[in-house]
Design a protein around this ligand. Structure first.
Ligand code: ATP
Length: 537
């Protein structure tokens, strides 16, 4: 905490001095917790749900009222709506199926099988029979069967499961049997039911919308088709409603998403639930795929289908594919990857990789950590001392009553060289998925590498870690280790850097995996010629 009064007094006396000196009160974060190794964490929404939300608001702005339609539709309704074409539509529907409930009796043979397992059946026979009967009748759920059998026979549930498996094989190898119920393949199946019921309850005209899931038994999923998708559908019922309402609604919706590039094309499909010549497809342009994508279909329901549902006014329906719209808005080339990114490759960008390059060893104690800063500054200042030469840094640490004098000696004995090698100021960058050490200046860099390194510096993400920074942390963490183990001297010698570990750096496994699988590189080569001798007294 700041000593506020002292600071204010200092500032009153000499503002400039106080302003500069109080700078040290703002403690910098330690290197592994510094930017870009820290990254803001925020939640992320799904593009499909975002589009659904935007479409809901768009419909509401246009005066529509929200409804939820039945998801499960009896095939009879499809016949009612499509007439002779129903089979073609049902072909794209999923039917709901379930496992049959076998009629299993408690024969003498079964009783003796249970008794062979060491269980007395006689006094429990009746309750066991009741359970089997209840299951057949549907009063007992399948997932309660084992528990109920175990309770009836007063045995453990493990034994109950064994009996089910060994004595009642009828429950195994059951094959699902289809019902006449289907999962809706488009919202229309539900609109007929909803509009029909509202006819006597709601004054005309009315404008309804629903954004919900539909299911299609597509032969195969592809870049614009999924087995399950969302339809943002609406129905307008009332005298005078016609195809022009469809065009206006399509424009109203799409223009709220910023689309100006769309076209209406009469649908070749000519579904029997639409009035002839009203079924129209809406296409929007996908800039990345460079093709027109069908995003919606609209039409006026046929008076034949409407009459069967007791509806005696025109109803215009428009069904817009949410995923298709999300694909175009978010510039996704494949609906499968957009909806289920978790099943596809996840690429870390350079910013992500930069947050994963960290110092391997960093001293824990503040005094030793702070010495690193001093060490780095001295090394940078004296890096070009002509050899033979040495740079000595001395420091005394107090731990309770004990004092430790530390002498760090950085030296170069060979004649005619510099104290430190030329790559000492190289900084680690992440560029195009590569982790690279980039020199301060490009003088003397081979022509073939220049372009790549220059681009790395201007377009890549800087980690803010130079070789000398990481190496000095290596020296000070070794010093900390020496204190703990009572070692009195040690040496650090790094002539040429070849890998991250040579300069006390590490990288997260997921970044490393990506670098390897994408044929990217970690190139931190370079001569640093660091020789250090440390003595502790
Ligand atoms: P397509 O010709 O592209 O297969 P469709 O003519 O069968 O589509 P409609 O029955 O008119 O589609 O459905 C209305 C809208 O629902 C389509 O314009 C489309 O945006 C969307 N849609 C239909 N089927 C799928 C699907 N399998 N996956 C994603 N969206 C779909």
């Amino acid at each position: 905490m700041f000593k506020r009064e002292e600071i204010i007094e200092m500032a009153n006396k000499d503002f400039e001095k106080a302003w500069i000196e109080t700078k040290d009160l703002i403690k910098a974060k330690k290197i592994n917790e510094s930017y870009p190794r820290i990254k803001p964490v925020f939640g992320k929404t799904h593009p499909v749900n975002d589009t659904i939300e935007n479409l809901r608001q768009a419909y509401l702005r246009m005066g529509f009222e929200e409804y939820i339609n039945p998801v499960i539709v009896d095939e009879r309704d499809i016949y009612k709506q499509f007439g002779p074409e129903a089979m073609a539509v049902l072909d794209r529907c999923f039917y709901l199926a379930g496992l049959p409930r076998p009629d299993v009796g408690l024969s003498d043979e079964k009783i003796s099988q249970i008794e062979k397992l060491g269980i007395k059946v006689s006094e429990h026979k009746e309750s066991l029979q009741k359970i089997l009967h209840g299951y057949k009748k549907g009063t007992l759920d399948g997932d309660d069967l084992v528990l109920e059998i175990s309770n009836a026979l007063e045995i453990s549930s493990e034994m109950g499961l064994k009996i089910l498996e060994d004595v009642f094989p009828e429950f195994k190898d059951l094959t699902a049997v289809s019902s006449k119920l289907t999962l809706r393949s488009h919202m229309t199946s539900g609109w007929f039911l909803t509009v029909s019921d509202l006819m006597n309850k709601k004054p005309l005209p009315f404008k309804l919308f629903s954004i919900d899931r539909c299911f299609r038994r597509e032969q195969k999923e592809d870049k614009s088709h999924l087995m399950t998708y969302h339809s943002a559908s609406c129905a307008i019922a009332g005298e005078g409603v016609d195809i022009n309402d469809g065009k206006a609604i399509a424009e109203g919706l799409l223009s709220q998403f910023g689309f100006t590039n769309f076209k209406f094309i009469p649908d070749e499909k000519k579904s029997k639930y639409y009035t002839p010549e009203t079924q129209t497809e809406v296409y929007a342009y996908h800039p990345k795929l460079k093709e027109w994508l069908e995003v919606a279909t609209f039409g006026v329901y046929s008076p034949v289908a409407l009459s069967k549902y007791g509806i005696d006014v025109p109803v215009m329906n428009l069904g817009l594919g949410v995923e298709r719209l999300a694909m175009i808005s978010g510039n996704f080339a494949d609906v499968r990857e957009m909806v289920y990114p978790q099943f596809y490759e996840h690429k870390l960008n350079d910013r992500n990789v930069a947050s994963m390059v960290k110092l391997d060893k960093v001293p824990v104690m503040d005094e030793i950590y702070d010495l690193t800063k001093e060490l780095i500054e001295s090394c940078v200042k004296n890096k070009d001392l002509k050899s033979p030469c040495e740079l000595a840094i001395e420091k005394t640490f107090s731990f309770g009553k004990t004092k430790k004098n530390v002498k760090i000696n950085i030296f170069e004995k060979e004649e005619g060289k510099n104290l430190l090698g030329p790559s000492i100021l190289n900084e680690i960058y992440v560029y195009d998925g590569n982790v690279i050490g980039i020199p301060e200046s490009f003088d003397g860099v081979k022509e073939e590498f220049k372009d790549f390194l220059e681009k790395g510096k201007s377009e890549g993400v800087a980690t803010g870690i130079r070789y000398i920074d990481a190496l000095c942390f290596k020296i000070t963490s070794k010093l900390e280790e020496a204190f703990v183990s009572n070692t009195t001297e040690f040496k650090v010698k790094v002539p040429i850097v070849r890998s991250l570990s040579d300069i006390n750096l590490k990288i997260d496994d997921i970044a490393l995996k990506q670098i390897m699988s994408k044929n990217k590189v970690i190139d931190v080569r370079g001569p640093v010629f660091l020789n250090v001798e440390v003595k502790i007294e």
